[in-house]
Design a protein around this ligand. Structure first.
Ligand SMILES: Cc1cc2nc3c(=O)[nH]c(=O)nc-3n(C[C@H](O)[C@H](O)[C@H](O)COP(=O)(O)OP(=O)(O)OC[C@H]3O[C@@H](n4cnc5c(N)ncnc54)[C@H](O)[C@@H]3O)c2cc1C
Length: 385
């Protein structure tokens, strides 16, 4: 199957590139990366193109597209600006959870705001004591007098500084022996209140994604702020796992393709020993390897997206795509950066930023060790943890 021959997909790809050329030239991206923040104003602009709810129904302000379109969009946003891809993915996934398990009132209220880019939502799952082992989380919420009180700490909550609310995965029911996944809920907690404090983390990569530590010191949320069924928050998240992994893979397909384009251009332009360095076999081979691996991860990612768009089982393919794309991007940016020589380390080059940004992929939103554990089980091997 040739996924590139579908005209609507090519049109979408072209329009995202045109938009980004106009709105986010490299100089602007560099400023945002240094400021470690993407201005809020970008989200309504993406929304005006129909890209904040590309695969959500039109009745909620979405574009009524499918996961294939989401995949192409995520790839293109990340090709230009991976931090934007990260925050877009996060926003899409929280909107997806609203779509899947929200009450009619919650959907009618929040989805149009999300798809207009007027309401920003962080997602607080990871904690200092539990990232991979997320079910060990300690944040709790209790209900009394028609109000939730949220107490705990989240680590690595992207967008949190700017967010209007944070969708907090927390324990609301007592723990059942041997069933840690039960008793968690998703509580939409307003960000702008004194009991919620946020500290921005100074990260090496994905700097502009604005990833924060968040403290909830008896923060308040209305009773109706629980998304989905009380005590079943973890299971609600599992429903969108395949989509999240596919979009994550698309991000790193985009990054790999950006790194290859730059290295290729440099190989053609840079002269050494009276010829372009692209004439040296030692420069051609890594480029050929990256081009081949890029095709592999793109096909794997699009296959998983296509299966999902057909309503077919794709958990294995989505996990493989996430694993392959994130590991490939790390290797590819390394190889491509070497071709740029010293210039690859200069802050003004996109390569330097891409190299830093790829470091997130192998462990987030799920670590590749856990992806391999999952694939091992799928192959019939015993659970390893
Ligand atoms: C820039 C950035 C943005 C993020 N955004 C968000 C966000 O918006 N919301 C959110 O909730 N989280 C977010 N995260 C958190 C991210 O999802 C976690 O970093 C990730 O889940 C890994 O958790 P950890 O960092 O605590 O690693 P740990 O859990 O401490 O793992 C450390 C290492 O141990 C390995 N390991 C652990 N258990 C096993 C096992 N059973 N088998 C094999 N290996 C194992 C892991 O693979 C990893 O290599 C973000 C992180 C970053 C850096």
């Amino acid at each position: 199957m040739n996924f590139d021959t579908i005209p609507e997909h090519q049109m979408l790809r072209d329009s995202v590139r045109h938009f980004l050329d106009a709105e986010l030239p490299e100089k602007t991206i560099r400023e945002y990366d240094r400021a470690r923040k993407i201005p809020r104003s970008i989200w309504p602009k993406l929304a005006a193109q129909g890209w904040m709810g590309i695969s959500l129904p039109e009745e909620y302000g979405g574009a009524g597209g499918d996961i294939m379109q989401g995949t192409i969009l995520c790839e293109e946003l990340s090709r230009r600006f991976p931090s934007l891809g990260t925050d877009w993915l996060l926003t899409s996934m929280t909107a997806r959870v609203f779509m899947e398990v929200g009450t009619p009132e919650q959907k009618a209220h929040y989805l149009p705001l999300l798809t207009k880019g007027e309401f920003l939502m962080g997602f607080g799952m990871s904690e200092p004591g539990g990232g991979t082992d997320v079910l060990s989380l300690k944040t709790r919420a209790s209900l009394s007098n028609g109000e939730w009180t949220v107490r705990g700490q989240k680590l690595y909550t992207s967008l949190a500084d700017d967010a209007d609310a944070i969708l907090v995965l927390c324990r609301t029911e007592p723990e059942t022996e041997g069933k840690r996944a039960r008793g968690m809920s998703l509580v939409l907690t307003p960000r702008q209140q004194p009991a919620v404090t946020v500290r921005r983390l100074e990260l090496m990569g994905m700097r502009a994604a604005c990833t924060c530590e968040v403290f909830f010191d008896d923060a308040k949320a209305p009773e109706a702020a629980v998304l989905g069924e009380r005590g079943r928050g973890w299971y609600h998240l599992l429903a969108s796992l395949d989509e999240e992994r596919i979009l994550c893979a698309a991000m790193y397909v985009g990054i790999t393709s950006a790194a290859l384009e730059q290295a290729l251009q440099y190989a053609l332009d840079r002269q050494a020993f009276g010829r372009s360095i692209g004439q040296f076999q030692a420069v051609q081979h890594p480029l050929a390897e990256v081009a081949t691996e890029l095709e592999q991860i793109r096909l794997l990612t699009y296959k998983a997206a296509w299966l999902l768009s057909q309503g077919r089982e794709c958990a294995t393919e989505a996990a493989m795509a996430k694993l392959a794309a994130t590991e490939t991007a790390v290797r590819a940016t390394d190889k491509c950066m070497r071709i740029l020589g010293g210039y690859g380390l200069v802050e003004e080059t996109p390569m330097e930023r891409l190299f830093r940004d790829t470091r997130l992929g192998p462990f987030s939103p799920i670590s590749n060790e856990m992806v391999k554990n999952f694939l091992g089980e799928r192959m019939g091997l015993p659970k390893s943890y």
